[in-house]
Design a protein around this ligand. Structure first.
Ligand code: F6R
Length: 235
């Protein structure tokens, strides 16, 4: 594991964006895995800056997002489709057809999970997967469990995750209870992984991810077994 302690959130954002930008420069048609939530916002801002200054070109990049809430369509302001459009896709020259996010409103959710997994494989797999970290150690929406999920599936969000995500909704009742998420297996199949985390409420999870026991009760701990992981964290 490549472990980097950043001195500030700004430094964390710049380091993370540099790694993603470097991946695109090295392989312009990279397949990137993206995350939503608060953690990657500053990193996406840095990527947009790099694009605006002419340093980066997203025209050949393909993306796969980690997850989407079940029940929220593309147009819903809290959907992850909307998030990615607002915070990254509409601000760089990525080709919309090359961006992939599971559908939260598919008639057959299980078929959607299979379709998504096949689409990742058909694209040649993910070159670099960006991850945030849940307070309870989740990655994607893989919540603490008795086993590690092998592939993209329908998941039930835990109370702690619903509570953490209430800040994005008008009320707790509006937070969806289920999501479609890449599995731990899907994430581990990425050739490189970059996890970013900062803040007091992530400290314990970061500690366990880096040095704790590898257990599905702490989903991110499995990253200790991945051959090419970078963790950038800040207080
Ligand atoms: C988002 C995702 C989640 C978040 C995690 C941290 O696509 O899959 O695992 O990365 O919940 O969220 P923030 O960054 O909002 O603290």
């Amino acid at each position: 594991m490549n472990i980097i302690k950043a001195n500030s959130i700004d430094e964390l954002n710049k380091k993370a964006a540099t790694l993603i930008g470097g991946q695109i420069l090295e392989k312009p048609d990279s397949v990137l895995g993206f995350a939503t939530g608060s953690s990657p916002l500053g990193t996406y801002d840095q990527l947009i800056r790099m694009y605006s200054s002419g340093a980066l070109d997203f025209s050949q990049v393909t993306t796969f997002n980690l997850d989407e809430y079940i029940g929220l369509g593309k147009g819903h302001p809290q959907s992850y489709h909307h998030f990615m459009e607002e915070h990254l896709f509409s601000r760089v020259n990525i080709v919309p057809e090359n961006t992939n996010i599971p559908s939260g409103v598919a008639a057959d959710e299980r078929a959607e999970c299979e379709r998504y997994e096949e689409a990742i494989a058909a694209a040649g797999g993910v070159d670099l997967q960006l991850l945030g970290l849940g307070r309870n150690g989740h990655i994607g929406f893989n919540e603490p469990d008795r086993v590690f999920a092998k592939q993209t599936s329908v998941v039930k969000l835990t109370e702690s995750t619903i509570e953490a995500n209430t800040r994005f909704f008008e009320s707790r009742e509006e937070v969806p209870q289920e999501a479609i998420s890449m599995g731990i297996g899907t994430i581990m199949r990425a050739r490189k992984i970059l996890l970013i985390a900062y803040g007091e409420d992530k400290k314990e999870a970061v500690e366990k991810l880096l040095y704790g026991e590898i257990t599905p009760e702490m989903p991110a701990s499995i990253l200790q077994l991945h051959p090419n992981v970078t963790v950038i964290y800040a207080d």
